[in-house]
Design a protein around this ligand. Sequence first.
Ligand code: DX5
Ligand code: ZN
Length: 217
Amino acid sequence: MTNRVRIAPSILSADFGRLADEVRAVEAAGADSVHIDVMDGRFVPNITIGPVVIEAVRRATTLPLDVHLMMVEPEKYIDDFVKAGASILTVHQEACPHLHRTLQQIRAAGAKPSVVLNPGTSLGTIDEVLGEVSQVLLMSVNPGFGGQAFIAATVDKVRRLRATLDGRGLQHVDIEVDGGINPTTAKLVVAAGANVLVAGNAVFKSADYRAAISALR
Ligand code: DX5
Ligand code: ZN
């Protein structure tokens, strides 16, 4: 990849009492997008936020909003999330029996379609939809919480996905990695072919957001 690595701070690790300020701070510090984790307490064992909070984030920044839906039946809420301001909408393969249709629904609603795999789900499960997406997100932790340790097997998964995309003329598809990203793991996944990195704790638990973001590039 000749493109510069893009950093998407995850607001899951932000101070929610000062959310708009936190979002403005990462924008000023050089973030490329804002990653928003939607959790429903069913697909993952945690509950976070929904469209009304995304609307508030939308008002605080001009950066693209990278919305990661960790929920069952995401197809029921796609229009709501796009209306709330999602620029990129990511759905889990594991939550979508009609994945192809759901990705088309996202594009028709006006957002960029993106698909995500849990660490335990193989790349073959998205082979048939690679031509439908702007981005593939590979989870490098089991989703649900910030601050977990990076799963090392993700590096080879990134490498295999990049080779598949290159082989099929899909170089434009972004590979995003989410979970346990720090300056060390960032280097590994970027060398393997990732070009978008989600970072929660590595940015929001740091004293200097600008330095933390630069250290990941
Ligand atoms: C985990 C979320 C992540 C999380 C990453 O389920 O999808 O986006 O915020 O947090 P860190 O970077 O701290 O692992
Ligand atoms: Zn996420």
